[in-house]
Design a protein around this ligand. Structure first.
Ligand code: PGA
Ligand code: ZN
Length: 424
């Protein structure tokens, strides 16, 4: 039984306050988890409760912490930690709003994840095993090695430029290849006279002249590191187009006003020029469902098309997007919806409808590695958690290395893509 829950204010990788929660069972066993925070957030995300006022630039989370220590603590006293759905529903009911605005999704999610940990600790098994049982597989990982958009102060409009290991004999083998390309990329950028300071997700943040130049740097670094782009290492990008979408439906991209059709032509040009591109995220803004669907119809066979800001890990919005034919893959972020149970439901809806699910960190992260366990436990075939740099990003990848070691020889790789990419 749950004895009590307790939260505190800690800090994330951008130095902003966030919630850490403990769930304490009556046998003394504790589960702990902390909550990440995004920057390019969708309008339909659950509410991250911030204090406002002067302290810490208004970003304090003491109200959310208090909600955990008072209202949620009272409600969950005596509850069964092994009934995650019930625990989460109790908090949803206690909140009573459609977007967790009263208690804060940061308060609720902290407790929701900490409860999973407490239950797993009680059973003396790892979280991935508690959530996933047997037959577990490691995900296809995507590594954001050039940061732009709202994640960096450079002039690159698209937000993320990622690489993913395609040919590999183990998770470790694939990760080592990513590390090699990352280091090669740094050397190349230095040689070309660009800065190699890091952005929020651990990728470099060089002041490249364009988004296409960033894709080209990836393609080149893969080759220079001795790998074949496409066959051994794939490329992906997250345009996060909401960040350059205009109110009149156009896009202000690289200093030019572009129509949605012009943006589509631009993306298609990238796909033609760089066949190594296997995945495209948020090519259109979050209110531009029609153009998103049109782009999917035309290109959904040759590339994975992910929607993130439009649907915000919300199972209801997923159903709407599926009906509309928007994208063929969903990004999944626990804090966009605010409980473990609803996130699992979102993954279920995706899978049932033949959409892939890519689990995702946020640009503001903590050292908590819950996401790695959650990805493996949920058989969520893909994960993006940033570059192989910065502790809060490595926390997830290092945990995957440990999980692979524990799973041993029987480990399989998830390799489900909606297109025909032949993943090992
Ligand atoms: P965010 O970015 O965490 O800043 O929202 C991640 C993404 O857009 O995928
Ligand atoms: Zn995104």
């Amino acid at each position: 039984k749950i004895e009590s829950v307790k939260a505190r204010e800690v800090f994330d990788s951008r130095g902003n306050p966030t919630v850490e929660a403990d769930v304490i069972l009556d046998n003394g066993i504790v589960g702990r988890a902390s909550v990440p925070s995004g920057k390019s957030t969708g309008d339909n995300e659950a509410v991250e409760l911030r204090d406002g006022g002067d302290r810490l630039d208004g970003k304090g989370v003491l109200k959310a912490v208090k909600n955990v220590n008072t209202l949620i603590n009272e409600k969950l006293h005596g509850a069964d930690p092994f009934n995650q759905a019930e625990i989460d529903q109790m908090m949803i009911d206690l909140d009573g709003t459609p977007n967790k605005a009263k208690l804060g999704a940061n308060a609720i999610l902290g407790v929701s994840m900490a409860n999973v940990r407490a239950a797993a600790n009680c059973e003396k098994i790892p979280v991935y095993r508690y959530l996933g049982g047997v037959d577990l597989e490691l995900p296809q990982t995507f590594h954001n090695v050039i940061n732009g958009g709202e994640h960096a102060d450079n002039g690159i409009d698209m937000q993320e430029f990622l690489i993913t290991p395609i040919k590999r004999t183990s998770f470790r083998d694939g990760f080592e290849k990513i590390v090699n390309v990352y280091h090669q990329l740094k050397k190349n950028l230095e040689k070309e006279g660009f800065q190699t300071g890091l952005g929020d997700e651990g990728g470099f943040a060089p002041d490249l002249p364009s988004s296409a130049a960033a894709v080209d740097e990836l393609n080149k670094a893969i080759k220079d590191a001795g790998y074949e782009p496409g066959a051994e290492i794939g490329i992906a990008f997250d345009a996060a187009a909401s960040s350059f979408a205009q109110d009149d439906g156009s896009y202000l991209f690289e200093g030019k006003k572009c129509s949605p059709d012009e943006m589509a032509t631009y993306y298609e040009g990238l796909l033609d020029k760089y066949p190594a591109i296997v995945s495209v995220e948020d090519p259109f803004g979050e209110n531009d469902w029609d153009n998103f669907a049109k782009f999917t119809e035309k290109n959904g066979k040759r590339v994975q098309i992910i929607t993130d800001d439009n649907v915000c890990t919300n199972p209801e919005l997923f159903r709407k997007a599926i009906k509309k034919g928007m994208a063929n893959s969903f990004l999944i972020k626990l804090n966009q919806i605010g409980t473990v149970t609803e996130t699992i439901e979102a993954i279920r809806v995706a899978r049932k409808n033949g959409y892939t699910a890519m689990m995702s960190h946020r640009s503001g992260e903590t050292e908590d590695s819950f996401l790695a366990d959650f990805t493996v436990g949920l058989h969520a075939s893909q994960l993006k958690s940033g570059a192989p740099a910065r502790g809060e990003r490595l926390a997830k990848y290092n945990q995957l290395l440990r999980i692979e070691e524990e799973l041993g020889e029987n480990t399989e790789f998830m390799a489900h893509f909606p297109n025909d990419v032949d993943f090992d």
